[in-house]
Design a protein around this ligand. Structure first.
Ligand SMILES: [Zn+2]
Length: 293
């Protein structure tokens, strides 16, 4: 089995506390960050994991956990980090206060603008950012301020962006059209095949994960088939979105072959050939070799 790059993971998530403390990961939201990091470490240090995974992008969703993502990346030779503000975090969902866009975006930009510090922190992208109209109530205006602010930072720094688009396909597409010189990836893609084609034609990458393995996800697999191999990326979005046959369980990058086994035949290639292409795509977009050791 070839080794894969997981382009989207959250190894600081509190659900990983279940790996040390036991119990059902879905009830581990209240676990301490320390317990979660110890749990994730047992996974990330294991030889079985490292035989399947040759790269991971650990993606932050706010400034605080972006700092943790960077600390973890510093510990593992195969791990890079992305730092940014997720639309839900921007809005303070489900029960926090909304973030202040001016101070938050200024702090993010100050952090990523120095190329030396960026390299030392192994930061390869801005994200995740984007729009999420699923959770109610939605403050579209505030989400857009954060999204466009991060697109501006990406434009000024030349970093790629990792876009979260949930039930906001039209507005996400419109926003990226406003920034023709910014590139990146639509992660855990859930839009139409037609939009995926349009995005890839414009140089965007499209990442697929566990949802592509769900029996009823015919639209997702149509989108997989519509994206040229040269624009395709694989991801887990772990600890969420575990692929079949692990659906509902704690997800991790080592399960990525289960995703590859569904995606490879949709493009008429072997899993080995798919691994080679998507790993090369990840390198092209994120320049991982400059930060991985
Ligand atoms: Zn994510």
């Amino acid at each position: 089995m070839p080794a894969f790059i997981d382009t989207h993971a959250h190894y600081f998530d509190r659900k990983y506390a279940a790996l040390t403390e036991g119990g059902d990961p879905s009830t581990r939201e209240d676990a301490s960050r320390e317990a979660a990091l110890v749990g994730a470490d047992t996974l990330l240090s294991s030889p079985d994991f490292q035989s399947v995974v040759c790269g991971v992008i650990n993606v932050g969703t706010n400034l605080e956990n972006s700092r943790v993502a960077v600390e973890q990346a510093g510990k593992y030779p195969f791990m890079a980090a992305a730092v940014g503000i997720h639309p839900e975090d921007a809005q303070g969902l489900p029960d926090g206060a909304p973030l202040d866009p001016d101070t938050t975006l200024a702090a993010l930009e100050a952090w990523v603008s120095d190329p030396v510090r960026r390299k030392a922190d192994k930061i390869v992208a801005i994200g995740e950012t984007g729009l999420d109209y699923y959770w109610q109530p939605v403050n579209k205006e505030l989400q857009k301020v954060f999204f466009e602010g991060q697109m501006e930072i990406a434009r000024r720094t030349g970093l790629p962006v990792i876009i979260h688009d949930r039930e906001a396909h039209g507005d996400c597409f419109e926003t990226v059209l406003k920034y023709p010189d910014v590139r990146g990836v639509f992660h855990c893609y859930s839009g139409s095949a037609e939009m995926a084609k349009e995005l890839s034609r414009r140089g965007w990458y499209i990442a697929f994960g566990g949802t592509s393995t769900f029996p009823t996800a015919h639209r997702v697999r149509e989108a997989v088939a519509a994206v040229p191999l040269s624009r395709l990326l694989l991801e887990t979005d772990c600890p969420y979105m575990a692929p079949v046959p692990f659906r509902g369980r704690l997800n991790h990058s080592g399960l990525i072959p289960h995703i590859a086994e569904v995606i490879a035949p949709l493009h008429g290639v072997t899993v080995e050939d798919l691994a080679e292409v998507v790993n090369a795509n990840a390198e092209t977009l994120f320049g991982l070799s400059a930060v991985l050791r």
